[in-house]
Ligand binder design. Sequence first.
Ligand code: FES
Length: 144
Amino acid sequence: MMNRREFISRSCMACATGTITAAILSSCSPTKYVQGSVSADGLLISTDAFLDKQNSARQFVIAHHDSLEYPIYVFRLSDTEYRALWMKCTHQGSELQASGDHLYCPSHGSEFDSNGKVAQGPAELNLRSFPVIINSNTLLIKLS
Ligand code: FES
């Protein structure tokens, strides 16, 4: 099984040599950070945040707001289905980093999948997730 460091190294090497598909290339695009706005029900972000310069759909964005202690990883499953995960490691609380459909912890190496489930310890608990409601071109991430 390939560890995270090997995966990143091989993926970026593949991007550099141009030997991979467009799908993998899109995962090498820079991470998109989105400043959300807070409403009484949660955090609002536009679905437009998922469009890159070529109007292709991004796999995920990182939503943040000054009032939040941690950012939120928002994963796009389809036009009508999104998943939102609190980027706080369940091991000792470090902020997670996102890469494609995985999140990883720089402190001790825990990994989580795009469902927030532990893929590799030492973390034992899954990530906190939030319901996402779609209203026209706005996502409401319910924080309560
Ligand atoms: S704080 Fe994340 S693995 Fe320890």
